[in-house]
Design a protein around this ligand. Structure first.
Ligand SMILES: [Mg+2]
Length: 185
């Protein structure tokens, strides 16, 4: 990654902020909803489960799933921030946007609870895309909003899916642990 990127995009959960959500409990709740709706349930993660519900005729199930996940995220949005990354972004000074699998409402609540909303130019959350990370759709939306080519973006995240998204979109990638992790309230 060359140092001459123009924009920094960060993941939210476990990168910039930590959502205090019991994801195992959320997944079990989604599986119960899917079973009650007669949908095929395989042992998949939260986002694949929700993507699987994106089918004609499954709108009520998808709405119930979305509500369950969003309520859990909103309840957990007051979790700690990664002060090491906050300091790094402050020193870096380039524009910052957030690309997250979480809901727009939860991302915005987490950012405002740490006074970070002013520092962030754009939020692309799962509500804004048809296909979530690792699909590059959200990253390409952010590139357009900032008026830069993807290769002018540095993406900072914590998961393999983040790295894969960076590769597919053609941005640089830095694992958050390379910057540091220091959770503070
Ligand atoms: Mg994350």
């Amino acid at each position: 990654m060359s140092a001459d990127y123009e924009v920094v995009v960060v993941d939210l959960d476990n990168t910039l902020c930590k959502l205090e959500v019991d994801w195992g409990e959320v997944k079990a709740g989604l599986e119960r909803l899917a079973e009650a709706a007669g949908a095929d349930v395989e042992d998949e993660g939260i986002w694949p489960l929700m993507e699987a519900a994106q089918q004609p005729g499954r709108e009520p199930l998808l709405a119930d799933m979305e509500q369950l996940v969003t309520e859990a995220e909103l309840a957990g949005a007051g979790g700690p921030r990664n002060q090491a990354l906050v300091n790094w972004l402050e020193q870096d000074g380039r524009p910052v946007s957030v690309l997250s699998l979480n809901s727009d409402a939860a991302v915005k609540r987490a950012l405002s609870s740490h006074g970070l909303d002013e520092r962030v130019s754009h939020v692309v959350a799962r509500d804004h895309v048809r296909r979530v990370k690792p699909d590059p759709e959200g990253m390409l939306i952010l590139a357009r909003r900032h008026g830069v080519e993807p290769d002018r973006i540095l993406f900072i995240g914590d998961k393999d899916g983040d790295r894969e998204c960076a590769e597919q979109a053609g941005t640089g990638f830095l694992h958050v642990e390379e910057i540091g992790v220091d959770w503070r309230r």
